[in-house]
Design a protein around this ligand. Structure first.
Ligand SMILES: O=C(CO)[C@H](O)[C@H](O)COP(=O)(O)O
Ligand SMILES: [Fe+2]
Length: 234
């Protein structure tokens, strides 16, 4: 299935805030997630790391499945920082993940992975690491529901936002007005302006939300900034 993101149709893009629980107290994953959702999160961005594609490990489908059992209705995106992303499609679908976001750099066969994710009933997210140029995505964009532009080297939370990734977001937004574009890494109140101006509408924020005394306010402020920019163009 192909989605034509180039056309300027009637689809109104909305801002979605997806906190990353990477730097939360993972022994309290359920409580932390419930708190973030009560504070206004639109979806949960679950960072899955395999210690191979990135030099760190987090959790896999068994944990996601347990979390899903306690939180049945919320949109789960798994950010798959794994080699061989094909391997985990079925288990993540079984865990009732809504969107499976994998990395361009992790596979030789992007179309095949996109197709398998869709066949398993999930939305397709396709991401690139900072050193990967955005134009490699051109022939795959219509196979995806969302493009992820990493604004840090994947692997760890709490890193500094890479401002020089913003031209990638701008390029995508100017060519694909209806595309969902996500930014991830070092995003918070201090760095949301360039993301919004460049055209990102799906905002992942870990440390800035989790470590804040007022996560609700942080998410509200980021949403307001993004929505202001989205409303400018239409
Ligand atoms: O994918 C990630 C790291 O690879 C995380 O989603 C990201 O880093 C979020 O955390 P922070 O906002 O603290 O950077
Ligand atoms: Fe992530």
């Amino acid at each position: 299935m192909r989605v034509n993101h180039r056309k300027m149709g009637s689809k109104q893009l909305t801002c979605k805030i997806g906190p990353s629980i990477l730097n939360a107290d993972l022994s309290n994953l359920h409580e932390e997630s419930v708190r973030l959702l009560a504070d206004g999160a639109d979806y949960l961005h679950l960072d899955v790391m395999d210690g191979h594609f990135v030099p760190n490990m987090t959790f896999g489908h068994p944990v996601v499945k347990c979390l899903r059992a306690k939180i049945p209705d919320v949109f789960f995106e798994t950010h798959m920082m794994v080699s061989n992303p094909e391997q985990w499609i079925t288990p993540m679908a079984d865990a009732k993940v809504n969107q499976y976001t994998f990395h361009f750099e992790a596979t030789e066969n992007v179309p095949l992975v996109c197709r398998k994710i869709r066949e398993a009933g999930m939305k397709v997210g396709l991401g690139i690491k900072p050193k990967t140029p955005v134009d490699v995505l051109e022939k795959y964009i219509d196979l995806a529901d969302m493009i992820l532009i990493m604004t840090v080297e994947p692997g760890f939370g709490g890193q500094s936002f890479m401002y020089d990734m913003m031209p990638k977001v701008k390029w995508l937004r100017s060519n694909y007005p209806e595309l969902n574009i996500e930014v991830d890494g070092g995003v918070g109140p201090e760095t949301i302006h360039p993301c919004a101006e460049a055209g990102a509408n799906m905002i992942v924020s870990g440390t800035a939300v989790i470590k804040s005394k007022d996560p609700k306010q942080v998410m509200e402020d980021m949403r307001e900034t993004v929505e202001k920019e989205l409303n400018k163009c239409c």
